[in-house]
Design a protein around this ligand. Sequence first.
Ligand code: NDP
Ligand code: HSE
Length: 439
Amino acid sequence: MNSIHPVNVGLLGIGTVGGGAYTVLARNAEEIARRAGRPIKVSIVADRDIKRARSLVGCSCQVTDDPFVVVGDPAVDVVVELIGGYTAARELVMRAIENGKHVVTANKALLALYGNEIFAAAQQKGVIVAFEAAVAGGVPIIKALREGLAANRIEWAAGIINGTTNFILSEMREKGLPFAEVLSEAQRLGYAEADPTFDIEGIDAAHKATLIAAIAFGIPVQFDKAHVEGITKLEAIDIRYAGQLGYRIKLLGIAKCRQDGVELRVHPALVPEKRLIANVEGAMNAVLVKGDAIGLTLYYGKGAGAEPTASAVIADLVDVTRAATIDPDNRVPHLAFQADQLRDLVILPIEEAETAFYLRLTVEDKPGVLADITRIMANEEISIDAMLQKEPEEDEGTADIIMLTHVCREKQANAAIGRIEALSSVRNSVTKIRLENLQ
Ligand code: NDP
Ligand code: HSE
């Protein structure tokens, strides 16, 4: 094997994931070469911090602070982009493709925004853009959707695809810790994005859900059409009430294919605590996929961190090494479906989403109030699944009402909420959290 010409990798960024990829490639070099059929070797690394990069790689390869040297290096076969962000990364990836190099990236933000132009350029040039690490870190969900489930009509996928927010929600629920403290810990552990707003506002999960939807349903990437809500507005009281009703609150990324279009949404949701996915805690990720032939499948593992993410990056490198010699028209397509077979399904507005709801409101504790509320729900044709009344600790004379609904359209729920909030006996605005049964 050692006499075979190695695949030369140009590594852009040797931070958390780049460092992990370098380490695992070196540690498991022999095992990886036995699988790939050729050794895979980092021949050049670019990073802003040239001193740190040099201290990590020693004299094993060339180091530069100019990433354009890497994408222009004729000796490089595959560019591994691990710098993150959209601006430089987009230019570098496009330049690498122009130069006929295969690309491996973990950059979901880049692909969710510019994936269509990147995949089209790669298709035209006959090179591969592989991105297993971009969704759920080390969990091979892209491979499963694109290859393992190729027989199926995918009905929906729903997942915990942001480790930072799952870590925050778990710690808040289990240890009663405040939000800010848990976020700092997630940053210290290397789970959070460079800008943690991407994590806590649901943007990172929406980048990933956008890629899942594209691969699951054979549609272009359309991040701009996703409905995105994060966890910053979640209140501890709702986590508690959800628990009392037998549910956990998770930030879910959901892609659902309906006859009239695709639901693409990220938001906190109540999930029955008896579901396996409701018990995915800490920074772990899990994705449930429903296919018409296989039924439900669940993929679980570490969605972030140096070596778990490197595991997916290197799996892509092995795939690229194996596939590089195959006729480009016969390779696994970037978005699972052949490039000329992508469908133009509409992404539905959130008002058209079909889901159940958790509604919480504070009302005057007097006769007739519940009747008024249930009448409004009935008029909007929303069926109530469960109801709970609680005395708030401080405010005597009021009661918290918590309702769980059956599935309805979001616009029905919004109409009912508007009418409930207009009742004089209702003290505050209604808290609405979606509820997903995931069956
Ligand atoms: P890091 O910030 O740890 O590493 C990025 C490295 O690239 C840093 O050393 C950075 O230097 C360097 N860099 C950034 N821009 C340039 C540039 N223009 N030229 C040269 N060097 C540059 O990021 P991560 O490793 O955490 O993330 C990398 C990618 O992987 C991102 O797209 C991220 O979303 C994705 N990802 C990360 C996961 C994780 O667990 N961390 C999991 C899954 C995906 P400097 O620090 O000086 O800017
Ligand atoms: N910030 C991301 C997370 C990293 O917390 O899941 C993995 O994509």
